[in-house]
Ligand binder design. Sequence first.
Ligand code: HH2
Length: 262
Amino acid sequence: MGVLNVTPDSFSDGGRYVSPELAVARAQEMLDDGADIIDVGGESSRPGAAPVPVEEEMNRVLPVIQAISHHSSAVLSIDTTKVEVARSALASGAHIINDITAGEADPTMLDLAAETGAGLVLMHMQGRPQTMQDNPKYADLVADVTAYLSTRAELAQQRGVSPQSIAVDPGIGFGKTFDHNWMLLSELQQLSALPYPVLIGISRKRFLGELCGREVDERMPASLAAAVMARSHGAAIIRVHDVKETCDALRVTDRLLREEAL
Ligand code: HH2
């Protein structure tokens, strides 16, 4: 899954793809590099990010989704917590709702997924972006995150979402300390045991920078190592900025995993 943030303030690619022309060109580049899904976002969720009004978010993402779907048959996801944005994005050509609040910000998000048959990514977050990094605490991190995602996925199904449409995501960096992120990555198998594909977003995130002492644009090697480990622990979808390099790393990982399974 290639990341396409149409925002002025995303932590990694903020401000780079604000015009629809640049965004469409970037989407095409990621598709050529091997992305299966392009995740379009119009609101940064980095710690402390300012909320974006619904009209503004729509003005950012809709022209981009319309233009990409006009130019290609790419699978598009919309990274939003707002049901109005998701509804318009689906009507403009998106196929998947990526909701970092797992339908909690707006409970009708689950109904929208049911009604449209869209894919639905349910992500775990403790707190909300404004405050989520203020001392997050868990009784049993991996069990808590796994139970939360399982419960949200069951609720989505009660609302009419097909189980085949659901993916779950532990939300690396969302209400997690440095150690929490490492623990979730190392014990991803527990989440992979749920009957849904696991999506994970590690690309260029702060915990990698902290470990290696690298700024955002120097975190690709660390992101590749994390992607390889996540894949070998069962992640089905990896959300990344560096698509070409990640695809090569995953081709090697998948080939070796297949060999090991023989
Ligand atoms: N991470 C970010 C945004 N959306 N969605 C899912 N499902 N999983 C993630 O880990 C995830 C996500 C944050 O990264 P990015 O979009 O690059 O930055 P920003 O939130 O600043 O726009």
